[in-house]
Design a protein around this ligand. Structure first.
Ligand code: ADP
Ligand code: MG
Length: 197
């Protein structure tokens, strides 16, 4: 996801440095009996780079800037796999261990080292086995579902063709992922589920 190329970023980056400055200077969190009742979240020049299992590195988010105000409803829009969940992971301090985050994340104008639990969001569901890669999932499924009389080499070819047909080449060696292992995107999961069916 890049600022210039996706509908998600164009929505959340219609503001820029001015907004960040404004939020930078925002007042302390409003408190009631010592409890924080609202939070301004802002992010500037956020980049996330991941190293999937095949050792290559990949930039998932590039130079994202935006903000979310309390008491408002903010929509992140972008195609499947464009990095919406990765941005939420970055903002809530729950990126996978193979991901490197750079940039500035501000909570009520303060640079926040967000540890897990400070911020949270509800994730998408899945019914796949998180510790298998996309290719393994499809291959095991093919072995279980395709007729015994079909040669293994033919099954392998079918699996590889299906991965390409479904546009899953880029994440074929990525784990599906689960609650503690960040993997492929929600849309990619849906496509893997369709392939299995
Ligand atoms: N930790 C990771 N390791 C490898 N690839 C990842 C990781 N996190 C995200 N990705 C890849 O980054 C892309 C964006 O994923 P995601 O943020 O889940 O997209 P979405 O916009 O659908 O929520 C996908 O192609 C996904 O496979
Ligand atoms: Mg998602």
């Amino acid at each position: 996801m890049r600022n210039s190329s996706s509908s998600l970023s164009s929505v959340i980056t219609s503001s820029n440095d001015d907004v960040i400055m404004e939020i930078d200077e925002a007042s302390e969190p409003q408190g009631h009996n010592g409890m924080v009742v609202s939070a301004h979240v802002a992010w500037k020049d956020v980049n996330v780079m991941v190293t999937p299992n095949n050792g290559d590195t990949r930039n998932i988010l590039e130079g994202l800037t935006g903000y979310a105000e309390p008491g408002t409803f903010t929509a992140l829009m972008g195609p499947s796999g464009s990095g919406k969940s990765t941005l939420l992971d970055a903002l809530s301090g729950r990126l996978a261990s193979n991901a490197i985050l750079s940039g500035k994340i501000l909570l009520n104008g303060r640079k926040a080292k967000l540890s897990f639990g400070t911020a949270a969001y509800v994730t998408q569901d899945d019914t796949l086995i998180g510790t298998l890669t996309v290719r393994e999932t499809i291959y095991y499924s093919a072995q279980l579902r395709l007729p015994d009389r079909m040669p293994l080499s033919e099954k392998r070819t079918l699996v590889e063709n299906t991965i390409v047909d479904m546009g899953l080449q880029d994440c074929a060696d990525t784990f599906i992922g689960n609650w503690h292992l960040r993997g492929i995107s929600g849309g990619e999961k849906r496509r893997v589920s369709i392939v299995r069916k």
